[in-house]
Design a protein around this ligand. Structure first.
Ligand code: PMP
Length: 393
């Protein structure tokens, strides 16, 4: 096969694979509880859909500027100032086909062959794959369950080398739900400034922070912090628009221009009418209520899932502070099966409950449950998991 070296490592996203497996079994009529999906179970708000339909009817169906329509970049610039206290001009914002493409553009833009990227672990599955696709080397920074999987500057230091180019921050984190406290985040950013390390701040879960916590963007800390940071976000989770594929990256103009140029030579632009839907999500006063409702719903589900999982013997568990995932340690149950992949298969076949194996996130022995399902489904699913695990031991 004439495959390039660049793609020789690539694997399909296991999270999407599990979702596909769940849908396939459900379509066959299997009664399965799916904790796999990394997307809200809320429908996209009607006012967003209507704005998109209006755009279609008004003929907004042609190429847009490769960085995205100006109205959307202006609205994002206002949002970043108002909610994140960072000043980015519209020319420093590039609208992309989801946050995934934003991340890919960043790695393409800054990585040289052999550059190292610090990746706190457990990490979201896509980071290492994209880093390698762009010629970089992911350098895993293991985080401890005992410390709630929260990153500290001391975790990073031993992994820095002459080739360290970037650090990936993802707080709230997929898959652990961990949130880095502002004080520690400041120390991490200071360290990166002093050591010439660029930062990606993946803020996809900024809307989902619990226990009254407030979200902070690293780029807001100082002028120097803003200079080294790529702020990434999307409409996917906040407005339940995963299929629309609209995300964005904000970064100093020298980077933004190149990223828009890559867009122009690859996808051209994020889908025109989807951008108008995204614009409505930022502009419509009803959006705040929608996001608030979703956040409260997830917070209640988090509390329920946490409480129920704790009732399973020999499990250990960190209480997530954000996002919509919970990441129990089931290593006590691996014995007979040997791996978390086998454990997940067992839970699907015996328990009729599906989650994602921790090894996909660099954490063997754990499983990720997404609580983007109703409270009744959480109760039933965790009951099944508990029973299947009891039968195993
Ligand atoms: N970053 C993180 C941490 C995510 O969990 C996801 C989605 N699972 C993304 C980025 C990608 O988001 P999008 O669907 O907008 O590409």
């Amino acid at each position: 096969m004439n495959l390039s070296k660049r793609v020789s490592h690539i694997k399909p996203a296991p999270t999407l694979q599990i979702s596909a497996k769940i849908n396939e079994l459900k379509a066959k009529g299997v009664d399965l509880v799916g904790f796999g999906a990394g997307e809200p179970d809320f429908d996209t708000p009607d006012f967003v859909k209507e704005a998109c339909i209006r755009a279609l009817k008004d003929g907004k169906t042609k190429y847009t500027p490769s960085a995205g329509i100006l109205e959307l970049r202006e609205a994002l610039s206002e949002k970043l100032q108002r909610e994140n206290s960072v000043q980015y001009s519209p020319s420093e914002i590039v609208v992309t086909a989801g946050a995934k493409m934003a991340l890919y553009l960043i790695f393409m833009t800054v990585l040289e062959e052999g550059d190292e990227v610090l990746l706190p672990s457990p990490y979201w599955v896509t980071y290492p794959e994209q880093i390698m696709l762009c010629g970089g080397i992911p350098v895993v920074v293991p985080l401890k369950e005992e410390k709630g999987f929260v990153l500290s500057v001391d975790d990073i230091k031993p992994h820095v080398s002459k080739r360290t180019k970037m650090l990936v921050l993802n707080s709230p984190c997929n898959p652990t739900g961990a949130v880095v406290p502002e004080e520690e985040l400041r120390k991490v950013v200071e360290f990166c400034i002093e050591n010439n390390i660029l930062i990606i701040s993946d803020e996809c879960y900024e809307a989902f922070l619990y226990d009254g916590k407030r979200f902070v963007s690293p780029a807001s800390f100082s002028k120097e912090a803003r200079e080294i940071t790529f702020t990434v976000n999307a409409f996917s989770k906040t407005y339940s628009m995963t299929g629309w594929r609209v995300g964005y990256v904000a970064a100093p103009a020298k980077y933004a221009k190149v990223m828009a140029d890559i867009n122009s030579q690859t996808i051209s632009n994020a889908t025109s009418f989807a951008q108008y839907g995204a614009l409505e999500a930022l502009k419509n006063p009803k959006a705040k209520e929608f996001v608030k409702e979703m956040k409260w719903t997830f917070e209640r589900r988090r509390n329920l899932a946490y409480q129920l999982l704790l009732e399973i013997p020999n499990i250990s568990l960190v209480k997530p502070e954000g996002a919509f995932y919970i990441f129990p340690n089931l290593s006590a149950y691996l014995g007979k099966l040997g791996s978390d992949i086998k454990l997940v298969e067992y839970l699907i076949e015996k328990g009729r409950a599906a989650c994602v194996p921790g090894s996909a996130f660099g954490a063997e022995g754990y499983v990720r449950l997404s609580y983007c399902v109703s409270e009744d489904t959480i109760r039933e699913g965790i009951r099944r998991i508990k029973q299947a695990l009891e039968e195993l031991s």
